[in-house]
Design a protein around this ligand. Structure first.
Ligand code: FES
Length: 272
């Protein structure tokens, strides 16, 4: 993080080390401190294990010697499959390039992020198929979020929260109670700060709804319960396929977002 608490670089630890007899894994890594860094933020997350459970212990950051320099061979793959009929063919074609890099003894392979958009099943099956064991470290997926009204495009890490990332980019998704009414108060303090209760951070995901997490109980309740504030549920009518509470959306792929969707107060949506 820099002096303004802005994240300037993200590193991912190798979490695939073997466990000891008690089931603990010791994860120890040496990272180069970016020039403008003023502090480090350590986050421990458990992913892709909906019913999983994990215990963290003794996380700490200490100064370390820089590792000795060494020469590495880097392979870069940026391939767009064309003309194949199935995702499996795409995958096989891609795998042949990975094999080629392996035969040439590449130490590191770089994959272009466009491979996520090219129909290789989904990225998890691709990773499995090409034998990447350590996902967090080898492939830190980043996706593009486009804010249509603000004409702004940002890149965010996989699994990040839509409202939080928008805020970091200076975009308030809490834009008033309805049609911008109370915008200043709502974006400053009169909102539930991401608890999914006020319903004022609603947005339309105009592209990439399939790249979001499923709607949970709290979000569902907010959109289907007209009390105490009826506007979230009234706005939801007719927008069921695109409307979400930005504070409850996880970014799992590219998406396009419209903030502050307006509502026709005197049209067919209202009290119909
Ligand atoms: S911030 Fe209140 S519902 Fe999202």
């Amino acid at each position: 993080m820099d002096e303004n608490d802005k994240a300037i670089e993200t590193e991912f630890a190798n979490t695939s080390v073997s466990a000891d007899a008690q089931g603990w894994r010791t994860i120890r890594e040496v990272y180069k401190v970016p020039a403008k860094a003023k502090q480090a933020q350590v986050e421990l997350r458990l992913r892709w294990a909906p019913t999983g459970k994990v215990e963290w212990r003794d996380a700490q950051v200490t100064a370390a010697e820089a590792p000795a320099a060494r020469k590495v061979k880097v392979a870069s793959i940026n391939h767009r499959p064309r003309g194949n009929k199935t995702a499996m063919e795409n995958l096989e074609q891609f795998a042949s390039f990975v094999d080629g890099a392996g035969k040439n003894k590449a130490d590191i392979q770089l994959f272009c992020t466009n491979l996520l958009n090219e129909g290789y099943y989904n990225h998890l099956s691709l990773i499995k198929a090409i034998g990447v064991k350590d996902m967090g470290r080898n492939i830190g997926f980043r996706f593009t979020m486009k804010f249509v009204k603000e004409k702004k495009e940002i890149e965010v890490p996989e699994g990040s929260n839509l409202r939080t990332e928008a805020l970091k980019a200076g975009i308030h998704t809490n834009q008033g109670f309805v049609n911008g009414i109370g915008r200043w108060a709502n974006s400053s303090f009169a909102n539930c700060h991401g608890l999914g209760l006020c319903g004022t951070c609603r947005v339309l995901v105009t592209k990439g709804m399939e790249n979001t997490n499923a709607m949970g109980m709290i979000e569902n309740f907010r959109f289907h319960n007209p009390l105490p504030d009826p506007f979230p549920s009234l706005s939801f009518i007719g927008n069921e396929d695109t409307m979400r509470l930005s504070c409850k959306v996880q970014v799992l792929g590219d998406m396009e977002v419209e903030t502050a969707p307006t509502m026709d107060l005197f049209g067919e949506n209202f009290f119909s």
